[in-house]
Design a protein around this ligand. Structure first.
Ligand code: BES
Ligand code: MN
Ligand code: ZN
Length: 484
């Protein structure tokens, strides 16, 4: 797929097909007479009025509804324009012109990303690959900065694809050491520093929570740390942390068999963090960013950790294990403890497929957002709105009592009935945090269960766009300005 910005009217471009986004009840002015007439007819017959989600194909033109201008968000074009991919295929179009005139400048960015998202297929394990049939995409836009926005969009879209690519890998291929190797490879390719701790180093450094989770598998755990120095020498660190459980069987607290295969996506947080890191140099982000991903495979065996074990985490805090299936918060306890001790980050965003409770609460539409700093929460919320990766803020402080243990500092489960499971999991993580921090529970958003016109099933790469948007913003929170 080759994208270009054309500073022209969409009708002046040569293409096999055209995509015309229309606001609800917009006038047909500007259309060729034949088109305007057809569109009026379609409106009368209630075939197309421009409502969000509507589409109508006529004479090589795919009309898509944008809804009302008042509620329009440019990021909604990810799905709206991505959603035309199937219709374009049915039209047999190899080249397409997309009308972006009359829309905000960043429309070109989301249109390009939307089509790339929609075209993504994971076929690593198929001999017959799906060929890409859509060759040329011309984005008709007279916005002066459209070309620059397109260039950035292609970097972001590639990062999303990269995250989806490794997240979709099966656990016999993407086991902890293999993911760590990918991290090292990407670091070499993009000029980042990368350190990986294997079991020996994890042991020597007291990462006993990661070791506990990984103890049941012959595929030992790893901790990968990547550094990107885009800021000044004395600038503070901003941290990304990701849960990388390459397969979550539940361990001794074994999960039911149905849908257990989906637990290969329990490494989504790590994949998203790694892909975002690899994109930072290309986006020339002016910050010092450190990423920590905790990689482990959670399996039952004679060497597996067990319910009632007490583990001393990296930070020194003891954890009573009451359920080995609450392993994500275990590995994150060490990852967070490590990053605060070694880097003193002024802002941290951590992503994890942490709880089924979050899926129940927010579905596949929103990630749960938790945090301890209003300014950082506001920034992440803004990056969410801007990028299209939707988050919804959830309560946290009220649940800290739920993770107090009778015999250790904390226990790894909350309410006995699982009440507020996403919030109690976040309250557990908070015990290992010592600075402004946002936790995104991406359990519901990180893979797509039913195929959509704009998204095939499997890994979604949710979070890459949000992280890159957040890290690209120049504004710093008050916390980031007061260097610790
Ligand atoms: N990886 C799972 C969370 C999950 C479940 C993600 C379903 C996506 C879909 C996590 O490790 C887990 O098993 N959490 C438990 C916690 C419980 C044992 C306190 C859960 O949500 O049931
Ligand atoms: Mn689990
Ligand atoms: Zn898990």
């Amino acid at each position: 797929m080759e994208f270009s910005v054309q500073s022209k009217d969409v009708w002046a471009l040569h293409a096999d097909a055209r995509v015309l986004p229309r606001f609800e009840d917009s006038k047909s002015a500007g259309l060729p007479a034949k088109m305007a007439h057809a569109l009026e007819g379609a409106k009368k017959k209630k075939l197309f009025s421009g409502k969000k989600g509507e589409s109508w194909v006529f004479d090589g033109v795919v009309f898509v509804g944008l809804g009302s201008p008042e509620s329009f968000k440019p990021s909604s074009l990810l799905r709206i324009i991505g959603g035309t991919y199937g219709a374009l295929r049915r039209l047999g179009a190899q080249s397409v012109a997309v009308d972006m005139n009359g829309l905000p400048a960043d429309a070109v960015s989301f249109a390009a990303q939307g089509l790339l998202d929609a075209a993504y297929r994971f076929d690593d394990f198929k001999k017959e690959k799906t060929p890409e049939w859509l060759e040329k995409i011309a984005l008709a836009s007279k916005a002066p900065d459209a070309s620059g926005l397109l260039k950035k969009a292609l970097v972001v879209a590639a990062a999303v694809r990269q995250a989806r690519d490794i997240d979709n890998l099966p656990p016999n291929v993407a086991f902890p050491a293999a993911v760590a190797e990918t991290a090292q490879k990407w670091a070499r390719q993009h000029g980042l520093k990368c350190t990986v701790w294997d079991e020996k180093q994890l042991k020597a450094n007291g990462c006993n929570a990661i070791l506990a989770v990984g103890g049941g598998s012959v595929n030992g755990p790893r901790l990968a740390v990547l550094e990107y120095r885009g800021g000044g020498k004395s600038d503070p660190w901003v941290a990304l942390v990701g849960k990388g459980v390459t397969f979550d069987s539940g361990g001794i607290s074994l999960k039911p068999g149905a849908d257990m295969d989906k637990m290969k996506f329990d490494k989504s947080g790590a994949c998203v963090v790694l892909a975002a890191m690899a994109a930072l140099p290309k986006l020339d982000v002016k910050k010092n960013v450190v990423a920590v991903v905790a990689l482990a495979e959670n399996l039952p065996s004679g060497s597996a950790y067990r319910p009632s074990d007490v583990v001393t985490s990296y930070s020194g805090k003891t954890i009573e294990v009451l359920n080995t299936d609450a392993e994500g918060r275990m590995v994150l306890a060490d990852a967070l403890g490590f990053v605060y001790a070694k880097y003193k980050p002024v802002q941290t965003v951590e992503l994890a497929t942490l709880t089924g409770a979050c899926c129940v609460a927010l579905g596949e539409q929103f990630a749960g957002m938790f945090g301890n700093d209003d300014a950082l929460l506001a920034h992440v919320q803004a990056a969410s709105m801007q990028s299209g990766d939707a988050v919804w803020r959830m309560p946290l402080d009220e649940f800290e009592d739920d993770v107090k243990s009778d015999i250790a500092e904390v226990k790894n489960v909350g309410h006995p009935k699982g009440y507020a499971g996403a919030s109690t999991a976040a309250a557990f993580l908070k015990q290992f945090v010592s600075g402004p921090w946002v936790h995104l529970d991406i359990a519901g958003t990180s893979w797509n269960t039913s195929p959509k016109p704009y998204l095939s099933t499997g890994a979604t790469g949710f979070g890459v766009r949000l992280l890159l948007e957040w890290l690209s913003q120049k504004t710093e929170s008050t916390a980031a300005k007061t260097k610790k």
